[in-house]
Design a protein. Sequence first.
Lengths: 216, 216, 216, 216
Amino acid sequence: MQQNLTAQSRLLSVLPVTRQLTDRGEERRQQIITFATKRFAEKGYHPTSVAEIVDGIGVGKGVFYWYFSSKEELFIAILRDAQLDLRRCQQAALDPAADALDRISEGIRASVRWTADHPDLAVLVAFATTDERFAPMIRKGSRIATTDVMRHVEEAIAAELVSVTDAEMATRAMIGITTTLTREFLHDSTRTTDDVAEAAVEFCLGVLQAISAGRS
Amino acid sequence: MQQNLTAQSRLLSVLPVTRQLTDRGEERRQQIITFATKRFAEKGYHPTSVAEIVDGIGVGKGVFYWYFSSKEELFIAILRDAQLDLRRCQQAALDPAADALDRISEGIRASVRWTADHPDLAVLVAFATTDERFAPMIRKGSRIATTDVMRHVEEAIAAELVSVTDAEMATRAMIGITTTLTREFLHDSTRTTDDVAEAAVEFCLGVLQAISAGRS
Amino acid sequence: MQQNLTAQSRLLSVLPVTRQLTDRGEERRQQIITFATKRFAEKGYHPTSVAEIVDGIGVGKGVFYWYFSSKEELFIAILRDAQLDLRRCQQAALDPAADALDRISEGIRASVRWTADHPDLAVLVAFATTDERFAPMIRKGSRIATTDVMRHVEEAIAAELVSVTDAEMATRAMIGITTTLTREFLHDSTRTTDDVAEAAVEFCLGVLQAISAGRS
Amino acid sequence: MQQNLTAQSRLLSVLPVTRQLTDRGEERRQQIITFATKRFAEKGYHPTSVAEIVDGIGVGKGVFYWYFSSKEELFIAILRDAQLDLRRCQQAALDPAADALDRISEGIRASVRWTADHPDLAVLVAFATTDERFAPMIRKGSRIATTDVMRHVEEAIAAELVSVTDAEMATRAMIGITTTLTREFLHDSTRTTDDVAEAAVEFCLGVLQAISAGRS
DNA sequence: GATGAATGAGTCTTCATTCAT
DNA sequence: CATGAATGAAGACTCATTCAT
């Protein structure tokens, strides 16, 4: 048994992708991610050099490539972590017992809060959208997020709680409102995060009650 | 008089931005802008080199630096042109005689159409937001656009055509909806530009009729 | 007509591979090739850096990449030039009116002389054989060289001037003798190039008269 | 005595080359040599990294530097082992009672067989010739090999068994034939090792019977 | 106006080697 | 003996920009 385990971990250690990290190694990796996230958000992905990152942390260049196979991979790791974390937060905010509209509202509040807590990541995602190499990843994440929310919108439609009929478009519109409001008012000291969240909720509910143009 | 002109043209020749161009020169400049816009949108600003642009057009490097003092200036010129053109289109769509809600609706339709006609520019603006060097310019344009729209929203509020009270936030929300829907559905062949425009209008009107958070 | 020519050369200048060089450009290219050949032969391909080459010539790094797309491409260009030149020399040495054995002898003399004149290239070819990236090219050149010589050997066999029967092996053996003797005695001051050439000829003729083992 | 041993073993432990190894240690060392030989032959000495070797074996970097003080030393060890082994095989093939020509023939057969059994090493030796750091070693080995063979050639000349007079050149020519034929036909499946060996013997005997340049 | 050539600082990445554990 | 982590000099290559012609 002991032997089996040893053999297995040695096998894994041959694959750099799944390199087994010690506690100290895991800390270093996080340190790089944290520092790079800040720099990327401040200066942009391309203008930030690997040299700048390792110098900022105070380690040699080799350290970077011990943990990440390239600058690109690091950025992807940051995005992946961000998407996972945001989704986790959103789902943690949901009360399965609440009605669809309440679940949507809570999801919006969670999103606003998360972005307020991670302003750098919002910038990074915006950039990623514009770069061919990262855009697919963002689109995929975006599709998942849309699906997550759309489920509740469809329920609301089925329960006749709302007047919209096109769940997908309404969902996208709601995401657009939330994203935009949060981004724009992030550095506006006259509004608190909660103000923004409540406004986003209110407007999104407005969207769901929109009267179809044809019906007027 | 003679002296004035000489002094002025000497001054101008130092500033490539306002250099007097012959017709042929103006064409070349546009050719560079057009080609670069496409490339920047496809590959990103940083990954696209000046060499790539001039090679793509089939001219020497000197040509580029005759018309633009730097790659950065070219990008700024693209953004400036884009913002001017969008604003011109939006204002051309407004009927001063129509009521506030109709003016807002027409503005939204014009925006969607413009983005559909210039998809590359949308990507470029998105990128510019994430780069310190260009972000101020975008923020400024964004502020102007917001002010433009907000005027009509405030009128609508004053005329008691809508239920919202916070004109600025509502405006931002509407811009968010329009931007997001247009971007997301630009490459979705199951929806026409007009479908998207109507959906945006409908949702924005929904936003304006949103019932204040006091709902229960 | 004038216009057609211009259009065509502009088209070519878009393809870096076939970049049209001015006289000055062609000289620079040759300068790089000459210098690099010496360095590669002295220090080896891998241990010689591009920086070393451009520093040795006294130009900036960009110059190198203006003429060659990579260090690898430079090396390939050197090998290609060498193979072409050697072949040209060998064929210039042949008197079509002479008999097969004399043609073979002259070919051997030409080879020895060429190698004596370009000692660096011999080293480079030897290295190229050992590197996966270059070996195919050398094998191809080697096959061509073998075919060139084998033609005369086959004629000699047909004319019953020699006793060997396996033209291919005999040819390879002759090439082996010539290559080895030239390389080994290149720096041996007690032998002149002509001594080596004559010895090579003599031994090669011995090979062609070898009595098949089975016959003794 | 005790002191001598201590002093000696301390001295040895500083020189990794002659470090006393346990049986398991000796195995590890061989494992590294075997793996590295293959990789060096496949990819080249410089392009093969130490990391690649230790990863391929599945051990840490420390292991490598426990057995070899540097990558260079490893390569030298490979070459030394190869030269020793080849010479051992050649001499084992010799029947002291046979006449000079038979001894030469057997030596050639042994060489061909050895190279066929160790194709990687042939490539490595070829590379070593082209690198300043290893060339001296190869030249030395080559000189020894030449001397070994030349002894028999001189005997054959003295016994008037052959017509050549320049023993050194003839020896080099024979080595050239053997090396070249073996290398070229190693991967030619239409010829067996024995075919190649017999052809080499035949051609070498032809060389020894070559008629001095005075032929007309 | 326009071109080919040149610059050289700066980019990402590799790798032999060392060392604390 | 062995490992994971770290070092940092050095490497190949890019690119915005300049300039002589």
